[in-house]
Design a protein around this ligand. Sequence first.
Ligand code: GLC
Length: 616
Amino acid sequence: MGRAALRIRLLGGAVLAATAVAGVLTLGAGTATRPLYKDASQPVPKRVADLLARMTLAEKVWQMTQVDKGFLSADADITKYRLGSLLSGGGSVPVPNEPAAWVAMTDAYQRAALKTRLGIPLIYGIDAVHGHNNVIGATIFPHNIGLGVTRDAALVRKIGRATAEEVAGTGIRWTFAPCVCVARNIRWGRTYESFSDEPKVASALGAAYVAGFQGPKLGGSPTSILATAKHYVADGGTDKGVNTGDASLSDKQVRSIYLPPFTAAVKQGVGSVMTSFSSIQGEKMHASTHWVTDVLKGELGFKGFVISDWAGVAQIDGDGSLYSFEDVDKGIDAGIDMVMVPQAYQLFQAVLTNEIQKGHIKRSRIDDAVRRILTVKFQLGLFEHPFADRAATKTIGSKAHRALARQAVRESLVLLKNAGHVLPLKKGQRIFVAGKNADDVGAQSGGWTITWQGSTGPITPGTSILQGLKQVAGKGARIDYSLDGRGAKGHDVAIAVLGEGPYAESNGDRPDDYGLNLDAADDVVISNLRKAHIPIVVVLVSGRPLVVTRELPSLKALVAAWLPGTEGAGVADVLFGRVKPTGKLARVWPRSAAQAALAPGEPGALFPYGFGLSYR
Ligand code: GLC
């Protein structure tokens, strides 16, 4: 039987719209033309209750389903299935990848969603983890490893706000950020996504980022975007720093090291939390009722919704199957509210529906999940403002945002050595620049930039470190460059910009000790520069501390620049002394690979937590 829509007019002019669909009779109040849930003057809980009561099981299941836009069989599936959420995974971009195309794409998706029976708007998520980093032309800020060095919560909040404006300007109102992970082993490929190996720093800066993204109140402005505290919990504490691995941690260790940043984010009002691929004592976080429901939702009182990681529910039983009944039962029962499928969405929906109809998953759990999702959508104002905020579109890559990013770069640098006060550079010096990361915006931005893994080269408008040096040195300055360091003879000082190329997630794992050293190309640069018998300053562009103990004696100065993003001139500001270095290490710098998991405060580090020099 199709839909039998019955309208009953009751005394007093109030109209109850009763819709009987597949035997599901729902009742809600409202006006003759507009149901209560569409009335923005009503309190959110009432709007949620009214809408939930009108929804069929199928509509509820689709609200819990998130699909990557690149895996849509047809855009019409959004309307056909009444999809609740889409995402752009790393690199899942429109062609051309420019703001206007993003706006056109997301608005079209939203129009498709609003055509559905109940007109529930989509919520679109993206990894804006250091600026709106999927979008060419967006401002790319330093990754969290550099922001942690600043200890500057006000700065991080401003960065969150600027990023939110750029994200909302493309019609997206949700970022899968901040990563509030505490990376305790630099072998981990996501070390650069961690503010610090100290929970208190990750807590303070994670909460500040949430405040920046969401604003004082979620949905308080058209550029307020939903933040996501991730990855819950202890993703940075796995054995040997293996990404998505197992953490042999006690409950006490998890609570003292890895949980505090989530407590702080929840206290700040974060609207979503993403579960981690990793496990603790063999229990997958995507299936942990203890950590997700009892602790996060129970003890911490988290009222937002829990989103899975990319196909994280499908990996619960570890048999490589896509969405077995067991996977879905465990994931949803653990407390996951929305599933980032993100490909086989028809399969996922069929399995979940089957498990509910069979009574393996309680309908009360489904209603709780959908209630949480709808609450955030109403709070965010999506029902009233479902489309791109075009006033914010022009902020993308703006001068103001780039100036903020440049300030963040300056504050994120750490001066680790400065023998003979070789820094700051002096005007008029003959400067020789070398190294693979000296003139490369892609390298200095790192992973999660334009594509998932990032890439070297001029991938997006920005200023390389070499370009920045030339800008700050001014006209008439003598600055020469070679990739391998040959040709330095006759100059007053050499600046070698070395370190790592871009990577993301497991591609950044370094299980082998040599992976933590400078690579062969960098050693060649240092060797060539040493032949010139001039002072050598190394600037390290990397997603983690690298083992430089062997090379250190031959360097006059060493500066950690981490992954500064598009505004490389911030590095030049410090090297030329326009501003003094203020950064203090937010993680231990190991003397050797054997110290990859050295905890803050443990003795023997090459440079201890909190170390950082400045100029006279
Ligand atoms: C990835 C990451 C997560 C990201 C998600 C969506 O696998 O683990 O941090 O938010 O997928 O791109």
